[in-house]
Design a protein around this ligand. Structure first.
Ligand SMILES: Nc1ncnc2c1ncn2[C@@H]1O[C@H](COP(=O)(O)OP(=O)(O)OP(=O)(O)O)[C@@H](O)[C@H]1O
Ligand SMILES: [Mg+2]
Length: 287
């Protein structure tokens, strides 16, 4: 369907895309972090997502949006092999990370997760001190030189340092929800990963903590590549350079699975999407 001027106006009023963003360079000039070809993610015999083909680029924020159950969490967990922990799960297709195939059974998922970190929807600090939460990965990886500086740097990057610098020995669990989530982000970035995956990191947070997390993604994307799942379309419009819209397809006998409908510059997705399903979703007519 081609959209007339009226439709575009409707879309712009539904979600305001950050106008001060600078335009993205052409795709061929962007460095690929992930090259995903025909990825299927299957629980037992039920596919949760099918046929995902997309590239994810370095030093950008990439948002994954779509209705509940379309496989956003499943997909993002494929990227660092986190689903391997679920019995009966398998993924097929090709998942290349900086050119290396990391989808196969010969790859050590623990090694993958060292460079591709993850922050979950619910803050999950360890029942340890604030300091030890952040230092934990550094100790495991034997990155023990200048430990104090590394902990401070990670907490500063996660916009938490000022709030906790006087109580680093207090339990991570004594922090508020928003502080706990920033602690988990500090823990994830302390080990200097290459990619940070975030599955609805701000869904349980107040607007101020949400803004802090969005700001930190913006500030840190020169160093990291972020992939974020979000239900909040304003958030995707604010923070993401590229946005992927997933939707649910249905087949015979009640089969349902998620698929990638459209993937493009965030501005395009929110102001002039190519697919009617994307348009319906971003204008709030569906989902
Ligand atoms: N551990 C699991 N075992 C079996 N099926 C699962 C598991 N996790 C998810 N699924 C199924 O995979 C499909 C996609 O789920 P997923 O959690 O990836 O969706 P989502 O897009 O993240 O949804 P939401 O927006 O509600 O978080 C759903 O049908 C779900 O029931
Ligand atoms: Mg989810």
């Amino acid at each position: 369907m081609t959209m007339g001027a009226e439709d575009v106006t409707t879309i712009e009023t539904a979600v305001r895309v950050e106008t001060k963003r600078s335009p993205l360079p052409p795709r061929e000039r962007l460095e690929q972090v992930f090259d995903i070809r025909d990825l299927d993610a299957i629980y037992g015999s039920k596919p949760a997502v099918k046929g995902v083909t997309m590239e994810i680029y370095k030093n950008l924020v990439t948002a994954i949006i779509g209705p509940s159950g379309c496989g956003k969490s499943t997909f993002i967990r494929c990227l660092n092999r986190m689903n391997d922990l679920i019995p009966g799960f398998r993924q097929t297709g090709t998942l290349r990370y900086h050119g290396q195939d990391i989808g196969g059974s010969d790859i050590d998922p623990v090694a993958v997760r060292r460079t591709i970190g993850m922050v979950f929807q619910r803050p999950n600090p360890f029942p340890k001190s604030i300091y030890d939460n952040v230092a934990w990965g550094l100790k495991v990886l034997r990155m023990k030189d200048s430990l104090d500086e590394r902990v401070e740097r990670a907490l500063t990057q996660a916009a938490l340092w000022d709030e906790v610098k006087d109580r680093l020995k207090a339990s991570g669990l004594s922090l508020s929800g928003g502080q706990q989530q920033r602690l988990c982000i500090a823990r994830a970035i302390a080990v200097e990963p290459d990619v940070v995956l975030m599955d609805e990191p701000a869904s349980a947070l107040d607007p101020i903590a949400t803004q802090a997390i969005e700001q930190l993604m913006h500030d840190l994307k020169d160093e990291y590549s972020f992939v974020i799942v979000t239900h909040n379309m304003q958030q995707a419009a604010r923070v993401a350079d590229m946005t992927a819209f997933f939707s649910i397809s249905t087949g015979g006998e009640g089969a349902r699975w998620g698929e990638l409908v459209e993937y493009d510059d965030t501005t395009k997705i929110f102001t002039a999407p190519s697919d009617k399903r994307t348009e319906d979703y971003v204008t709030g007519r569906f989902g």
